[in-house]
Design a protein around this ligand. Structure first.
Ligand code: ZN
Length: 355
């Protein structure tokens, strides 16, 4: 997991296939892991192996292991290292190939934790010579793990080795969702992604001013984002700084009454997001709010427009089979029926998939 601004790359290694559809007999190559060509060493990234369509499922990943942080329970270095030690040789090699955690300032602490860990009889849990590499295992975990809520609604932190290969961007062209029912992370294209283009997901909340966006990845993942919104040498970044400052403020203001002010704020946010190229659920949530506001006002025509847009973005981000996306599809069909439009038609871009 690292950030980069590079886009077009040359193929090298590790062509992979989507494992999304057991019904499908032919598996299509969708993504490939390769070195990012960048003046600064950012390691590897994931690239489109063919042109990907908006909403297309790029990858599903099951956690190699996950540890719970339920009710603030800390994840200990011992728990992480013990999980790693259960790996077979293949998974150890795959894990070891994740970005090295050189930058972690906590690295010495992890080693101390592991070297002083004892069982009930006071016997060391790990041989001293293993605790150095153990510290690296722990650092890799903290820099690459995804946070999610599992089927019990417990906050978990898990390693999805393939998914950890995606780099971060503040204007991502893909998004990820954890599906509780299947215990899988799904990564979907938010827009058309041309062949050989790097695929980016967001690691941090995107409606933040540049200073916050610079600090968050550094604190959590040990890198500085250099995406087009963060690279201070570009015009886009200068304009983006203004827009994200506004977005951070307006994201709070959009829930403050009165309703007419909320509607105006929502529209201002949408305009800024379109200029920023933000296409994911952060935008869907604003359309969702607008749909509700117009419904409360009995403005059915405007509400329908917003319901359609919310349903489209929900399908794009979460997939057509996701319960939330299906709920909005149903809402769209009902609203169209009420409006006298021949309803019941499936949304455009319906994809064939199983999860
Ligand atoms: Zn950035």
């Amino acid at each position: 997991m690292y950030s980069t601004a590079s886009a077009y790359q040359i193929y090298k290694t590790c062509v992979n296939t989507s494992s999304s559809s057991p019904k499908s007999t032919k598996k299509t190559k969708l993504w490939t892991v390769q070195e990012v060509e960048d003046p600064v060493d950012v390691g590897k990234g994931v690239f489109a192996h063919r042109t990907l369509n908006p909403g297309e499922l790029i990858m599903t990943a099951t956690p190699e292991f996950a540890l719970d942080q339920h009710e603030g329970r800390p994840i200990t270095s011992v728990a992480i290292f013990e999980e790693f030690l259960k790996f077979d040789r293949t998974n150890r090699d795959r894990y070891w190939d994740l970005p090295p955690a050189k930058s972690s300032e906590h690295f010495p602490d992890y080693i101390v934790e592991l070297s002083t860990a004892c069982d009930e009889d006071g016997k060391a849990l790990f041989p001293l010579q293993n605790t150095g590499s153990g510290g690296r295992v722990v650092a890799i975990f903290h820099e690459n793990a995804f946070e999610f809520e599992d089927a019990k609604d417990w906050t978990m932190k898990g390693i999805f080795i393939d998914a950890a290969r995606f780099n971060h961007s503040c204007t991502p062209n893909a998004c990820f969702t954890y599906i509780k029912r299947t215990n899988k992370l799904e990564i979907r294209a938010l827009t058309e992604i041309p062949i050989r283009t790097e695929i980016f997901i967001p690691y941090i909340p995107l409606l933040k001013k540049p200073a916050t966006r610079r600090q968050l990845p550094m604190d959590q993942f040990g890198f500085e984002c250099r995406c087009k919104a963060c690279d201070r040498h570009t015009n886009f970044a200068n304009e983006s700084a203004y827009r994200r400052n506004q977005l951070e403020i307006m994201d709070f203001e959009r829930t403050e009454p009165p309703a007419h002010k909320q509607r105006k704020t929502c529209w201002d946010i949408i305009e800024l997001m379109e200029e920023e190229g933000l296409l994911g659920w952060e935008k869907g949530a604003v359309h969702e709010q607008l749909a509700k506001l117009y419904e409360e006002q009995d403005d059915n025509e405007s509400a329908l427009e917003q319901i359609r847009e919310t349903a489209r973005i929900a399908r794009l981000c979460f997939g057509p089979r996701h319960a939330f996306a299906r709920k909005w599809e149903e809402k769209r069909r009902n609203a169209e029926l009420r409006a006298g439009i021949k309803g019941g038609a499936a949304g455009d871009g319906e994809e064939m998939e199983a999860d």
